[in-house]
Structure formats: C-alpha cells, structure tokens
Design a protein around this ligand. Structure first.
Ligand code: ADP
Ligand code: MG
Length: 359
C-alpha cells in the first residue's frame, strides 16, 4: 500500500545549519499491517509519519501510495491525505465544536455527506469508542482519554485506508492510557492498517505485525515484535529494548577521588531504581577492584551498565596498555579477589587488562 524509498529529510535550523533527520528510510506497508515505529526521542519518528502524508515536505526520495507517487507535483495531496488519517499527541480537536460536530464536519465538507448521513455514522463511531453520551459536549468537558478517543472517531469518520498515530497516549494521565490503547487494539483486530509511533512497549509488542526501530536516520532494525523485543540483533536496538543505562568514567591514576566516585555510583543506582543490595555489591566490588586488585600503572576506564529489563549490573574495568592478565597476577587466596567473587555472579577477564563483573 505504501512504498518508501531513500526518504531523506533535512531541516534548516534557526541558526542556519542543516540537520539531517532522515537519511535513507526504506520500508513497505501492506494493507492490514500494524506497523509500530520505535526509537529514542529525537530520531525522527514524527518527521517520518509527517512525511508520509506530506505534512512535512521530504527533501528527496520516493513515497508511493497504491502505486501513486505522492511527491510528484501532479498528485493531488489533499486526496492522498483524505485517505490517511492522523491522530496526534495533543488531540487537535476543534475546541469550539461539539464532539459530534468534530466528527461530522469533515465528512460533510470534504466527502459531501448530508448532515443526516454524517450524524448517523458519527453517532455509530462515537458509540464504537464509548462516547455516545458525550456527543453534545465540548472538548473541554472531556478527559484527555475521552478527547483522544473522540479524535480517533473523527479520524475514522473520513473512512481512511490507513491511520497514522503519533504518540497517541504520551500526553495522557497514566490512568487514561489503557482506554485509548483499547480502542486502537480494537481497530487492529478489525484489520485497520495502521502506523503507530509509541513508547508503550507492551502495547507495541501486542498489537504490531511489524516493528521498525528508527535510529541514525535509517530503519536501523525491523522485524516481528518477537524478533525485536526478544532477540534484537544490533547493539543500539539491544540497548534500547533492554533500557540499558550507562555510567562511565576514566580514572587517570590511583589518586582518584574514591568518595566522589562512590557518591556518583550511588546517584546513578538511585536514579534507575537499582536495589539497595545490588548497589552495596557494586560499591564493594568497585572498591576492591580499584584499590586492591588493579595495579593502576596506567589510566583505568570504568563502566557500569544497568539493564532495567533484567535488573543486572555489568561492570567493566579496562586498564590501558595492560602488560598481561590482571587476575592471574593476583594470588587465588587474595581476600579482595575472594570478596569480588562472592559478590558477583560472574567474574572474567576476556582479554588481558579487561575485567568484567556481572552482579
Ligand atoms: P521524534 O519524533 O523521534 O522524537 P522528531 O521527528 O520530532 O523526532 O524530530 C527529529 C529531529 O528533527 C529533532 O532533532 C528535532 O529537533 C528536529 N526537527 C523536527 N522538526 C523540525 C523543524 N520543523 N525544524 C527544525 N528541526 C526540526
Ligand atoms: Mg515525536
């Protein structure tokens, strides 16, 4: 249904610099698919959706909708947009119109429907999203979740072939997220073609037929939800999916500020909700490694990775230009080494001078 090739979008920033947000996007969306687009914020997910219906003008590349080149001057873009509904983060309802008028206005003006026809269909759609008793209300009388459901009904009233959702729940109070997701799930079960940008990972996993991970201006990785969530292949996808948090310092010599470092580790652990027990282990291991085990005749690079998904801490100590294995130079009955072994689930030195500890 939609074919995107070498899509590129360069913005000109207010300071006059070029910002390449989409470098080379390629993808196909087939009828009946539910495609979710995920990725770190600022990677161009919204820009991608907005290019699809030309709310944003692509810099170069090709977008075809049902074989029609929508970037061509000859294409009537309003016809294309009519077939692509869009649901925004902030609902974009007409504030001075009732909910029913919000739903019926476009079908009457753009599709030439009679008021009677538009209203009977509008009421059916409002019923579908659980809002039939709000038809006469103004948007301001509705909660955020209800407004977003009304926006979805308004979108459906135009009988689109595909709906683009740009973070439809991110402006909502957490208690209202599920009612909106339920409506989108229902549409998916009816076979509606949809492209959804969302940070609700469980929902993305449940509802999508395919997931695109956008990063660095390209579709960095794509696959079924199982592939992307259970077995991501590329490092940035893995880090994103596992929500890996990193703490990273280079210590020039053995006179580094141990108390300052411990304070920073504690702040890092508290920020990401690492358990107290794990945090204490991290502190003990850090102290034994840096003050007893590592010879420190060169700078040491120290990294702590915390995966929110697995709740595991990976610590890596790298002694630059190490002249051999650090661990094999330490006596096996060294108290420090025994302590580190006791605290960690795994201790290894995969290459000389690089020690990995998992807690
Ligand atoms: P996402 O939706 O993935 O968070 P966006 O598509 O909103 O990302 O934005 C991607 C990048 O493009 C950001 O760095 C943003 O600041 C920039 N950007 C978006 N719109 C414009 C614009 N109209 N002018 C200049 N820069 C923009
Ligand atoms: Mg966005």
């Amino acid at each position: 249904m939609i074919k995107v090739r070498h899509l590129k979008k360069v913005f000109l920033t207010p300071s006059g610099q070029e910002l390449t947000v989409l470098r080379d996007i390629n993808c196909d969306i087939h009828r009946g698919e539910v495609i979710s687009v995920i990725g770190p914020s600022g990677t161009g997910k919204s820009t991608f959706l907005r290019c699809l219906n030309r709310l944003e003008e692509p810099t170069s590349g090709m977008i075809e909708v049902d074989g029609m080149d929508i970037l061509s001057r000859k294409t009537d873009i309003s016809m294309v947009r009519r077939r692509m509904g869009m649901v925004f983060q902030n609902f974009n309802l007409f504030e001075h119109l009732t909910i029913l008028d919000n739903v019926t206005m476009c079908p009457m003006i753009l599709l030439g429907k009679s008021r009677e026809e538009a209203e009977s269909r509008g009421m059916a759609l409002l019923e579908n999203v659980g809002l039939h008793d709000k038809a006469g209300c103004l948007p301001e009388e509705l909660s955020g979740g209800q407004k977003q459901r009304a926006a979805i009904a308004r979108c459906l009233a135009m009988e689109p072939d595909i709906i683009l959702f740009d973070e439809p729940t991110s402006a909502l109070d957490p208690t209202m997220v599920s009612e909106v997701l339920a409506v989108i799930r229902h549409l998916a079960s009816q076979g509606m073609t949809m492209c959804i940008v969302s940070h609700e990972m469980q929902f993305v996993r449940d509802v999508s037929t395919r997931v695109l991970f956008l990063y660095d201006g390209v579709v960095y990785e794509d696959g079924t939800p199982e592939q992307i969530f259970d077995n991501p292949q590329k490092p940035v996808t893995q880090a994103f999916i596992n929500r890996i948090r990193t703490f990273d310092v280079t210590l020039a010599d053995s006179r580094f500020d141990l108390y300052g470092l411990m304070g920073n580790i504690r702040t890092f652990c508290n920020k990401y909700g690492v358990s107290l027990r794990t945090m204490e282990k991290v502190e003990h291991v850090t102290e034994e490694m840096l003050c007893q085990i590592i010879p420190f005749d060169a700078p040491v690079r120290f990294t702590v990775d915390y995966s929110e998904k697995t709740s595991r801490i990976h610590m890596v100590f790298v002694l630059e230009n190490s002249r051999g294995s650090i661990l094999s130079a330490v006596p096996d009955d060294s108290l420090s080494l025994m302590m580190v072994r006791g605290m960690s689930d795994s201790l290894s030195e995969p290459e000389p001078g690089r020690i990995c500890v998992v807690i």
